[in-house]
Design a protein around this ligand. Sequence first.
Ligand SMILES: *[C@@H]1O[C@H](CO)[C@@H](O)[C@H](O)[C@H]1NC(C)=O
Ligand SMILES: *[C@@H]1O[C@H](CO)[C@@H](O)[C@H](O)[C@H]1NC(C)=O
Ligand SMILES: *[C@@H]1O[C@H](CO)[C@@H](O)[C@H](O)[C@H]1NC(C)=O
Ligand SMILES: *[C@@H]1O[C@H](CO)[C@@H](O)[C@H](O)[C@H]1NC(C)=O
Ligand SMILES: *[C@@H]1O[C@H](CO)[C@@H](O)[C@H](O)[C@H]1NC(C)=O
Length: 468
Amino acid sequence: MASSPGLAALLLLALFAGPAASRFAPADNHLIACGATGPVLLPDGRRFVPDNGCASMTLRSAAPALPSAAPDAPAPPSPLHAAARVFSCHASYDLAVRRRGHHVLRLHFYPFSPALASARFHVGAGGFLLLHNFTASSPVVKDFLLPVDADVLVLTFVPEAGSAAFVNAIELFSAPEELVGDIGTLVAADGVNRTDGLSSQVFETLYRVNVAGRKVTPFNDSLWRTWVNDEGFLVDKESSSSKAWSFGGRIAYPKDSRLMTREVAPDNVYNSARSVRSDGNLTWDFPVPAGNRYLVRMHFCDIVSKALYQLYFSIYVNDHLAVKDFDISSTTGYLAYPYYIDYVVDVEDEGMLKLAIGGSKMSRPGEASGFLNGLEIMRMNKTGGGMDGDFPGALDMEYLFSKGIGEFARSLLCGLVFAGLFLVLVMLVMRLRTELKNNGTLWFSQSMDSGDGKLAKAYQLVPTKTDY
Ligand SMILES: *[C@@H]1O[C@H](CO)[C@@H](O)[C@H](O)[C@H]1NC(C)=O
Ligand SMILES: *[C@@H]1O[C@H](CO)[C@@H](O)[C@H](O)[C@H]1NC(C)=O
Ligand SMILES: *[C@@H]1O[C@H](CO)[C@@H](O)[C@H](O)[C@H]1NC(C)=O
Ligand SMILES: *[C@@H]1O[C@H](CO)[C@@H](O)[C@H](O)[C@H]1NC(C)=O
Ligand SMILES: *[C@@H]1O[C@H](CO)[C@@H](O)[C@H](O)[C@H]1NC(C)=O
């Protein structure tokens, strides 16, 4: 793999042309290629190491295609997608944590066989249920931001009865402190209010959007994030009162600021924007699972004005007025100066999150009045037990197993159920039993850290992010 000319060239690019990507060095940085036989090198310069586990099985797909020249071809799958670790029973990874605090956890699922696409399972981390009854029927990266207050993060995979669990890759790295604030603005029908305690919540990022800009890949983002263009979410693409902007100058990140750095969002997000005139509205619609609380982070950087104090605009979150005649110049004091606002909003039955900026009469008619550069939409956890709440009892069977019957019997029983559905894998289950007998319980830990019988409901609304 690493010797292929395409990858080597990309690696060179990463070394010599990736200023943003090399800047941030997280204290914890686990990059795991599950089921891989050797290290996997990504175009963004990162090296994923194989998980070399026992008591689970590895599944491999045909070697993923390397980037092709055809401009319209679908983005090539990541080399991480060539192999998966498949679990027939409850299994865990113990990830050492050197520095407690917020961590980014990304789980890559690439169902390259029908058995994987229909696998139904639960994923917990540190006793907290992240994915409940989850199915990755198409390629998806689940992206979480969570506080970690232990020296080990136990990441647990629990298959539903008769199914298996799988994962292709795991990223767990320390998040920069400035990424998570504690205070946001709660927007509701009866007005806005300050809300705090955000830093203790768990977030699942559903959307990262670069407004009027090109797609940003992990190569150009110091936290290896992917940002997509906003056009697919824009309600009125043809609106005559809106305009797209791009900026070739330098983004003025505040000097020595510990709150606003390139890690919050990369240059490529701040150097493009969409503006709206004083007589118009610019609206984006995002399908989201209903019945959740969301953190909406709106990124602003005035690359639109030639002078200060010309822009005033309103911001609407789910049709509620969040701020009227917002004066960005007074807030930042400079042009091309990045800034963001965190809004918190409850989405009830609509299943749609509507975000808008609207012009103000305080701006000059016919000129840009308001603008937006970037957006992040993160789902917040419902309870202290899981993203979707507590589901006591739902995991009881698994529970009994881990408390009562021994490891071997458990894997045997689990293996039998499993074999019914995944005939192809039966041989491997046999191997798994042998391995369990021989070299212990590395993967099937006795105490179930994510357990506590808490389960939650799963959603799969994240748009497919196959490419890197
Ligand atoms: C998971 O979903 C399936 C199908 O919707 C359902 O039959 C099953 O009971 C669910 N399991 C749990 C633990 O909620
Ligand atoms: C804002 O929140 C505080 C504390 O939770 C509450 O006392 C107050 O009534 C709220 N104000 C509005 C306008 O909702
Ligand atoms: C990174 O960003 C630069 C500047 O916008 C762009 O020219 C380059 O193509 C980007 N690289 C990748 C791999 O996205
Ligand atoms: C913009 O949208 C808001 C909220 O939907 C609405 O109240 C306002 O009248 C709209 N303004 C214009 C100019 O359409
Ligand atoms: C979300 O999880 C955190 C950490 O377990 C917890 O402190 C917080 O109260 C939870 N949020 C809600 C709304 O229950």
